[in-house]
Ligand binder design. Structure first.
Ligand code: FES
Length: 108
């Protein structure tokens, strides 16, 4: 049986300029919210899987977020690590936009 969807508001689209990634803390989660060129929004965990660094302190370009600590990078849509030193992919979240509000699904 699939778990019930549980949509949580985390930010406004207008708070995340196109081409940027911003940190959001909610419900004990540290999230990175990305606004890709072209308008898509995606959300991942904000803590690098390699050691402890906030990805939103790094560099975001062309859908890739580069960690500020050892320059590992992830695809923000899939969470896929892009090679050394990253060994573990990043958790991603299902996203929907309701009016100007970004929501993620935290099945409960
Ligand atoms: S902490 Fe992110 S690459 Fe090492």
């Amino acid at each position: 049986m699939s778990e019930a969807a549980n949509w949580i508001s985390i930010a406004k689209v207008s708070d995340v300029a196109e081409g940027t990634a911003v940190p959001v803390e909610t419900m004990g989660l540290q999230l990175a919210v990305y606004h890709l060129e072209g308008g898509d929004i995606c959300v991942t965990d904000n803590i690098c899987t390699h050691a402890f660094a906030l990805l939103t302190d790094g560099w975001f370009e062309n859908g890739l977020i580069e960690c500020p600590l050892h320059a590992g990078s992830f695809d923000c849509r899939t969470g896929k690590g892009q090679g050394a030193p990253i060994e573990e992919d990043l958790k991603t979240y299902e996203v929907r936009i309701t009016n100007d509000t970004i929501e993620i699904n935290l099945p409960g």
